[in-house]
Design a protein around this ligand. Structure first.
Ligand code: C2E
Ligand code: MG
Ligand code: MG
Length: 606
C-alpha cells in the first residue's frame, strides 16, 4: 500500500498529491483528525504536516469548539492541548470518553516535557498517547500515522470481537458496553431510555423449511430494515439467533416509545424477498424502561425479555411493556415448572374418570380419563393449570405415557371382572405427536397392560389437528409428515399414525369439535371415528328451542358414518334435546362428574 502511494506521489505535483490525499482521507474514516489548541500557529503547522501525511484535518481553538467539532466530524484521532484558556484539555478527554456513541477516538495529549503530572492524569482520563511540546514536526506526521495504523488494527480486532459477522450489527459484548454507557449517561443527566427485546416469530420454521442459507439472508434483510427506524444515537444489536436488542436513547415518555415501536413493527408488514421466496415475518417485542424497570444492563435485558415472552404467549406479532406482575408470574411459573418435574417421579398425578352414556340405552359405555395433579400443598390442581406448561417443557411426553398406562391398566382390570365392556378415552397432546412416538407408545402400553385395542380411544382436539397441520405445512408444503419425521425419526405422518392406530383396533375421537377453526374437509382427510361436540354448543341449548348447529353436526356425522358424543351436558333439557336429535353418546356433569377410579366403578353397578 505504502509503495503504491510512493509511486503515485512521484507522478503528481505537491498540490495534486495533497488533493489526492485529502480525497482519500475523505473516504477513509480512519484518517480524520481533530487538532485542539488555542495556539493558532501550532494548529497551522499541525494541519500542514497532517494533511501531507494524508489526514483530513479539523481544528478547534478552545474546549467548547472541540466538543462541537468532535461531534460533527467524529475524528479517529484527536491531538489535544492540555492548557487552554477556557478549560483543561484533560476534562475534554474525560468528556469524550464518556460520550454515549463516539468515544473510541485515539486521543493524543500535547504537553510540556516536564509536565509529568499532566501525563499521569492524561492516561487516567483515557488518553491514548502523548506528544511533547515543542513539537518536532518531522516526527509528528509519522507519529500520527503510526497511531492511526495501530488504531486501525485494534479497531479491526475490536470489530471482530464486538460485531456480529452476519448482520454487522453490534453483538452482545458491544451491546453490554453501550448499555453500560447508556445507564451511566442516563443516571448522570437524569434521562430515560428504553430497551427493546425483539424476537422473530416462527424463524425456526423458516430455517427448517428453506434452509439456513436463506435464514441467514433473511436475518441480514431484517437487520437492514430494522436499522431504518433507528436513530444514530440508538443501538441495534443482535444477541444471536433471531434475537435482537434495540436501545432507544433519551426518550421523553412511554407513549413516545410506543410510537417508535409501532413504527418499528411496520417494517414487518411487507414480505422479505429472499431468493425467489416472499417471506412474511412478524416479531414479538418486550420493552423495559430505565430507570423504572431496572437500573442495570442485565436487569433491563432480563425484564425486556420477560415482556417479550409475554407478548409471544399472548399471540406473537405484538409488543408489551414490562411490569412487575409479569416477573411474579414468571417466578410462579418457574416454581410450577420445578414442582411439575418432581411431580412425575413423586407419583403426584391421579386420573379421574368421567362416564360416557349411550343415549339409547342410558348405559355407561365408556369413560374419559382426565388427569389431575395432587399437589402436596395446594391440593388437587386441574389440567388447565399444568397441561400447557407440561407441553412447553416437554413433560407432557412422560406424563401422557403415564396417563395412558394408568388408564389402560385400570380399564383392563375392569374388563377382567367380566362386567360390562368399557372403552376408555385418553387425551393426547400435539406435543406428544411432535416430540414423542405416539404409535410406539400405544403399541407398547397395550402389550404391557393386555388391554384389547378396541377398548381404547385416543382423543385429539380439533386445534391439535390444525396445529400439526400448519407446523407441517411450514416445513413441507404438501405434506404433514416432515415435522413428525424430524421429531421422532420415523417415516410416519399424522395421517399414517392415526391410520395405524385404527388398524390396530384403537378408535380416534376428534375432541372439542367446532372450536378449532378447522375446515370440514379435514373430516374426509383424517381417519376419525368419533366427533365430540364441544361444550360451548351444548350450553346454548337451554337458551333456545332449536340448535341448528347441533342438528347439522349430527346429520353431517351421520352421513360421514361418525359416532357423535356431546360434551358438557349439564341439564335435562340438553340431554332430551340431544337424544331426540339422534346424538349417540352423552358426557357431562348431569350424567356424572369426573371421579377417581374406585368411585367411578361404584357407579357401574355390580
Ligand atoms: P376435554 O378433553 O375436553 O375434557 C372435558 C373437560 O370438560 C374436563 O375438564 C371435564 O371435567 C369438563 N367437563 C365435563 N363435563 C362437564 C360439564 O358438564 N360442565 C362443565 N363445565 N365441564 C365439564 P378437565 O378435566 O378440567 O380437563 C380439561 C382439559 O384438559 C380436557 O378437556 C383436556 O383437553 C385436557 N386434559 C385432561 N386430561 C388430560 C390428559 O391426560 N392429557 C392431555 N393432553 N390433556 C388432558
Ligand atoms: Mg377430551
Ligand atoms: Mg373436550
Amino acid at each position: 500500500m505504502q509503495s503504491s502511494y510512493a509511486a503515485l506521489k512521484k507522478n503528481l505535483t505537491n498540490e495534486k498529491w495533497r488533493e489526492c490525499m485529502i480525497n482519500k482521507a475523505f473516504n477513509d474514516h480512519h484518517k480524520r483528525v481533530l487538532v485542539v489548541d488555542d495556539d493558532v500557529m501550532l494548529r497551522l503547522l499541525a494541519r500542514e504536516t497532517l494533511e501531507q501525511a494524508g489526514f483530513l484535518v479539523d481544528e478547534a481553538a478552545n474546549g467548547k469548539q472541540a466538543i462541537i467539532e468532535f461531534e460533527r466530524s467524529k475524528p479517529e484521532l484527536i491531538f489535544l492541548d492540555v492548557m487552554m484558556p477556557d478549560c483543561n484539555g484533560l476534562d475534554i478527554c474525560t468528556q469524550i470518553r464518556e460520550h454515549p456513541e463516539y468515544n473510541n477516538a485515539a486521543i493524543i495529549i500535547m504537553t510540556g516535557l516536564h509536565d509529568f503530572d499532566s501525563i499521569h492524569r492524561a492516561y487516567k482520563a483515557g488518553a491514548t498517547d502523548f506528544i511533547i511540546k515543542p513539537i518536532n514536526w518531522t516526527v509528528f506526521g509519522y507519529r500520527a500515522n503510526f497511531i492511526a495504523t495501530a488504531k486501525q488494527a485494534s479497531d479491526q480486532v475490536r470489530y471482530l470481537a464486538m460485531f456480529d459477522s452476519l448482520t454487522n450489527l453490534p453483538n452482545r459484548v458491544l451491546l453490554l458496553d453501550r448499555l453500560g454507557q447508556a445507564v451511566h449517561y442516563a443516571a448522570r443527566y437524569n434521562k430515560m431510555f428504553a430497551v427493546l427485546f425483539i424476537d422473530l416469530d416462527f424463524f425456526k420454521q423458516v430455517n427448517d423449511t428453506l434452509g439456513h442459507d436463506i435464514g441467514d439472508l433473511l436475518l441480514k434483510q431484517v437487520a437492514q430494515r430494522m436499522l431504518l427506524t433507528t436513530r444514530s444515537s440508538d443501538t441495534l444489536a443482535r444477541l444471536g439467533g433471531d434475537e435482537f436488542i434495540l436501545v432507544i436513547q433519551d426518550v421523553a415518555s412511554p407513549e413516545a416509545i410506543q410510537i417508535v415501536v409501532q413504527l418499528f413493527m411496520e417494517h414487518f408488514s411487507k414480505p422479505f424477498k429472499v431468493d425467489s421466496h416472499d417471506i412474511y415475518l412478524t416479531a414479538s417485542i418486550g420493552i423495559a424502561i430505565y430507570p423504572s424497570d431496572g437500573t442495570t444492563s442485565s436487569d433491563l435485558i432480563k425484564n425486556a425479555d420477560i415482556a417479550m415472552n409475554h407478548s409471544k404467549k399472548i399471540g406473537k406479532n405484538d409488543y408489551r411493556f414490562f411490569s412487575f406482575d409479569m416477573q411474579n408470574e414468571l417466578l410462579q411459573r418457574i416454581t410450577i415448572e420445578k414442582e411439575l418435574r418432581k411431580a412425575i417421579d413423586s407419583n403426584e398425578f391421579v386420573l379421574h374418570y368421567q362416564p360416557r352414556i349411550e343415549s339409547v340405552s342410558g348405559q355407561v359405555v365408556g369413560m374419559e380419563a382426565l388427569v389431575r395433579w395432587a399437589h402436596p400443598e395446594r391440593g388437587l390442581i386441574l389440567p388447565e393449570e399444568f397441561i400447557s406448561i407440561s407441553e412447553e417443557i416437554g413433560l407432557i411426553v412422560p406424563l401422557g405415557e403415564w396417563v395412558l398406562r394408568e388408564a389402560c391398566s385400570q380399564t383392563k382390570e375392569w374388563i377382567q371382572t367380566g362386567c360390562a365392556s368399557l372403552k376408555v378415552s385418553v387425551n393426547v397432546s400435539p406435543v406428544q405427536f411432535l416430540r414423542g412416538d405416539v404409535l410406539g407408545m400405544v403399541k407398547r402400553i397395550l402389550e404391557e397392560t393386555g388391554l384389547p385395542p378396541a377398548h381404547l380411544e385416543i382423543e385429539i382436539t380439533e386445534s391439535t389437528l390444525m396445529q400439526l397441520r400448519t407446523m407441517s405445512i411450514a416445513t413441507k408444503p404438501d405434506s404433514l409428515c416432515n415435522m413428525l419425521d424430524r421429531a421422532n425419526g420415523t417415516q410416519s405422518d399424522l395421517i399414517t399414525i392415526l391410520q395405524s392406530l385404527r388398524a390396530m383396533g384403537v378408535s380416534i375421537a376428534l375432541d372439542d369439535f367446532g372450536t378449532g377453526y378447522s375446515s370440514l374437509s379435514y373430516l374426509n382427510i383424517f381417519p376419525i371415528d368419533v366427533l365430540k361436540i364441544d361444550r360451548s354448543f351444548i350450553n346454548v341449548i337451554d337458551e333456545s328451542t332449536d340448535s341448528p348447529i347441533i342438528t347439522a353436526i349430527i346429520a353431517m356425522a351421520d352421513k360421514l358414518m361418525l359416532h357423535v358424543v356431546a360434551e358438557g351436558v349439564e341439564t335435562t333439557s340438553q340431554k332430551d334435546y340431544l337424544i331426540s336429535n339422534g346424538c349417540d353418546e352423552l358426557q357431562g356433569y348431569l350424567l356424572g362428574r369426573p371421579v377417581i377410579w374406585s368411585e367411578f366403578i361404584k357407579t357401574l353397578g355390580p
